[in-house]
Design a protein around this ligand. Structure first.
Ligand code: BES
Ligand code: ZN
Length: 444
């Protein structure tokens, strides 16, 4: 495949609005899976679309030989919603190249990164007709909604999916051209709070003062989650947190990542829990984040109502050795304890998954580092990251194998934001990385 062809095919892939969380896009998600399966068949793998109960899973494999290592390449073809639309410079599902960057929803997270590997595989198959390893490709359509169907699929297809190691490019690089191996990810646990007061929105002059206001109640509850210095106040929540190792503190301090965070975020200053550097807070400390809040009148001007209800959507980022169910038990108990009189609260759990932590110096870690070094040159940065790919821990628990996280995303790629991009250069580097990596794993 020429680089023009691989870009053309990537653009076809990016044109599917495969937004997993929005039911109105479920046909687009399916069409994307079918296209991907056709592509994989076209490059010489045996591919198919598999029902999962939710959005389908695309599987592909070469013909396996008993004397070779088996690599499972994982990625996701689903993407995040695109709102706010008005902030996009070009349409999210009409990919273009601007200043060397591929701009589209999914360009980085995760279509571009995964597709780089697939093009690397395609070119190896074209050149020699064979890969150095047995390959299983698994690309799912539910990562951005917490992979609800995939663990059961892994359980019931253990033999088909048996492998020595999982390879994923769905994480970041420390900076342009900096070879980066991620050895830890945070876990996640989602909770929605609904606070109900009066049966309907009331006149705030007639009732205000004698009836509890659900938004005030919610605001007071949310304000009890952290102290004035950013530390989590939910009793017991941080008890299981594994301390940061001395070598990590030292290595992370020299990465210059704090300054980069401030630059990329566009925020006026960094903030967070005292006693930890910004990088430590993101890579190795838990958070309780308020992702959304609502209730009452949101239109123009004023409307004097005492609202009937309010809601907030929370997600906790978890670190080793926090258990997602325990974390939510503790958070729920705390919220019930601090909920004021005069309102009723309903707590609804969403998706959850545990954190992941591997030793980058053992197993296939050194092979991954050699592959990164050969592809990019320079010194390989060993990092943890704050994002979550919950299925990584499930690969370990269900298939019994570790995962190599070789990210190709840049800090300013706008994943999940308007104007998501992926450098054309990283798309090419990812293809080369795939070929070098499969060779290193075969010989490790
Ligand atoms: N690619 C990300 C995960 C990621 C982001 C890892 C940044 C490392 C650094 C993935 O697609 C993602 O967004 N995951 C979700 C998972 C959630 C919806 C269960 C996340 O982290 O919010
Ligand atoms: Zn994502």
């Amino acid at each position: 495949m020429t680089s023009r062809e691989s870009l053309d095919r990537l653009f076809e892939y990016l044109r599917f609005p495969s937004i997993s969380t929005q039911p109105e896009h479920s046909a687009d998600v399916r069409a994307c899976a079918a296209w991907l399966s056709d592509f994989l068949n076209g490059i010489g793998l045996a591919a198919g679309v598999h029902e999962s109960g939710g959005h389908p899973i695309v599987l592909a494999r070469n013909s396996h030989r008993a004397d070779r290592r088996t690599v499972l390449l994982y990625g996701h073809y689903d993407v995040q919603p695109v709102d706010p639309m008005e902030l996009w410079t070009s349409a999210p599902f009409d990919p273009v190249i601007r200043d060397g960057l591929i701009a589209a929803r999914g360009a980085t997270d995760n279509k571009g990164q995964t597709f780089a590997h697939l093009c690397g595989i395609a070119s190896a198959l074209e050149d020699g007709g064979e890969l150095p390893v047995n390959l299983v490709v698994l690309i799912e359509g539910e990562e951005e909604i917490g992979s609800p169907s995939l663990p059961a699929f892994l359980e019931s297809n253990r033999e088909q999916l048996a492998c020595d190691v999982v390879v994923i490019s769905d994480t970041g690089m420390l900076g342009p051209g900096v070879p980066t191996l991620t050895y830890g990810l945070r876990g996640i646990a989602a909770l929605e709070i609904e606070v109900r007061g009066p049966a309907i929105d009331l006149h705030s002059g007639i009732f205000g003062g004698a009836i509890a206001n659900p938004i005030t109640a919610l605001a007071r509850m949310l304000a009890t989650l952290h102290d004035d210095h950013g530390a989590i106040l939910v009793p017991g929540f941080c008890d299981a947190v594994r301390p940061i190792q001395a070598w990590e503190r030292e290595a992370w301090a020299g990465l210059g990542h704090d300054a980069e965070l401030l630059r990329v975020s566009g925020a006026p200053a960094l903030a967070g829990e005292t006693g930890f550097t910004p990088t430590e807070r993101i890579w190795a400390r838990p958070t309780i984040e308020i992702n959304g809040i609502g209730g009452g009148y949101q239109g123009e001007g004023t409307k004097t109502v005492l609202p009937a209800c309010a809601f907030a959507k929370l997600t906790c980022r978890l670190v080793p050795d926090q258990n997602p169910d325990t974390a939510l038990d503790l958070l729920e108990a705390h919220l019930r304890r601090v909920s004021p009189e005069g309102v009723t609260i309903t707590l609804t759990r969403g998706h959850s998954g545990a954190a992941y932590l591997a030793d980058p110096h053992s197993g296939f870690g050194p092979a991954a580092q050699r592959a990164l070094q050969r592809t990019f040159g320079g010194t390989v940065a060993l990092i943890r990251e704050g994002g979550s790919i919950p299925i990584v821990q499930s690969f370990l628990e269900i298939l019994g194998v570790p995962t190599l996280l070789l990210g190709l995303a840049l800090p300013d790629c706008n994943a999940h934001s308007p104007n998501e991009t992926f450098p054309v250069e990283n798309f090419g580097a990812g293809q080369r990385l795939n070929r070098v990596l499969l060779g290193e794993i075969a010989n490790a």
